[in-house]
Write a protein that binds this ligand. Structure first.
Ligand code: NZQ
Ligand code: ZN
Length: 391
């Protein structure tokens, strides 16, 4: 196991009706805020009314910035930064899914920064000046952004999708009521599951030795999703299933499962090119890319892939041919994604296969950098993975 420092400081307020606490929680930080949300799902569900009533009851003034799109755009972030500066806003409340939260984090980091906010994403600058604090009311278990130290943005100028990470942008609190996820369409629920599973698998497939404890935590979290997602899709108002998925989604990406091990993250980089150019849901892109990545790299560590097959998918270990077990695990994962209504090929994603080389080029900055650590992948490798994702 590697040395590590772990601090995941987001306060989690979990359970039925917890959104009623939002005003009192915000009040501990500020009494004037930016209320940031997406395309309207929170108005339809009545959550907007409950949140604004709670803010008013606690004497918190707010100005609003709505309209965050899935795969959030830097142009709206720039608008939000200006709005916060013009109105001297010291706190941002994000109400929604990963896109709203990531957009809020970007505004928060951009307000005290003299340059352009995209600098954090292009790698030109690090977050140094303390960002505005961010609070979250989560409506979609998927990205894990409610307790993560990262934010992902899309720049419309060239359709680049890039992430940035900093401990300074981890949210102060996340209010998580599983009932708020009842309105999620089945497809969005399934996309969330693929993203959560991908966050675990990006950490699980490692070359670091002696990490059995966190392997077991990863396996338990994966199995929780595998067991509960079909229930949540079948019965969207099953509280128990929604609650298990929601909490597992946070644990999958608050850095606990990666403690003491090298993480990979190639599949996320490869997927981000798809959602940048074609604006597909991130989770759907991962359902296509992850099994293809696995097929390309599994020979690097057959015992680890066989362990995944046996412990996560209950496949019997083939002592004569462990490679067979490893491959069965990959097929099971792909089958699971298909069974919950996700695409598993690039074509099913509705994407043409004529820009694969361009995407491989973009995600390696013109073959100047590699992706991943389990196996380091260059442009050629990534092109092969895109091709495998077409099968
Ligand atoms: O915009 P509204 O109207 O709110 O609708 C949203 C949106 O259309 C809808 N939705 C959310 N909650 C709902 C709901 N509809 C009905 N009922 C509810 N309760 O769902 C749609 C998708 O929302 P979005 O926020 O885009 O989804 P998700 O949470 O999957 O976030 C995806 C983004 O997160 C990034 C992804 O790349 C993508 O841009 N990621 C962020 C990470 C991070 N910051 O740590 C890590 C992840 O790996 C990921 O890359
Ligand atoms: Zn993700």
């Amino acid at each position: 196991m590697n040395n590590f420092t772990f601090q995941s400081a987001t306060k989690i307020i979990f359970g039925r009706d917890t959104e009623q606490q939002v005003g009192a929680e915000v009040k501990k930080h500020a009494n004037r805020i930016l209320l940031h949300y997406g395309g309207g799902s929170i108005k339809k569900s009545g959550l907007y009314d409950r949140v604004t009533v709670s803010l008013k009851e606690n004497g918190v003034e707010f100005i609003e910035l709505a309209g965050v799109q899935p795969n959030p755009r830097v142009s709206l972030v720039r608008k939000g930064i200006q709005l916060c500066r013009d109105n001297n806003i010291p706190f941002i409340l994000a109400v929604g899914g990963g896109s709203v939260i990531d957009s809020a984090k970007a505004i928060a980091a951009g307000v005290p920064y003299d340059g352009d906010v995209w600098d954090f994403y292009s790698g030109k600058s690090q977050v140094v000046n303390t960002p505005l604090p961010v609070g979250v009311v989560l409506t979609l278990p998927a990205a894990g952004s409610e307790a993560s130290s990262s934010s992902v943005l899309t720049n419309e100028d060239g359709w680049y999708k890039k992430g940035m990470g900093s401990e300074l942008i981890r949210p102060e609190f996340a209010i998580m009521n599983p009932e708020l996820t009842y309105t999620l369409p089945a497809y969005q629920t399934a996309c969330g599951a693929a993203d959560i599973m991908a966050h675990i698998m990006e950490r699980y497939f490692t070359n670091t030795q002696d990490v059995d404890f966190t392997d077991r935590l990863c396996e338990a979290t994966l199995k929780t999703i595998i067991e509960n997602i079909p229930i949540a899709i079948q019965n969207p108002e099953d509280y128990a299933a929604r609650a298990q998925v929601m909490w597992a989604g946070t644990i999958a990406h608050n850095d606990l499962l990666g403690t003491g091990r090298e993480e990979d993250w190639a599949s996320h980089g490869i997927e981000h090119e798809l959602s940048a150019i074609y604006d597909v849901a991130h989770g759907a892109g991962l359902a296509v890319i992850f099994p293809a990545w696995m097929k390309y790299v599994y020979r690097n560590n057959i015992p680890r892939f066989a362990q995944f097959a046996v412990r996560v998918w209950n496949i019997e270990y083939d002592f004569e041919n462990p490679e067979r077990t490893a491959l069965q695990g990959i097929e099971k994962l792909k089958g699971f994604f298909a069974s919950i209504g996700l695409p598993v090929t690039i074509q099913q994603l509705g994407v043409e296969d004529d820009r694969l080389e361009e995407m491989a080029d973009k995600c390696t900055d013109g073959d100047k950098k590699t992706l991943g650590s389990f196996v380091k992948l260059g442009k050629k490798d990534i092109f092969e993975i895109y091709k495998l994702a077409c099968e």
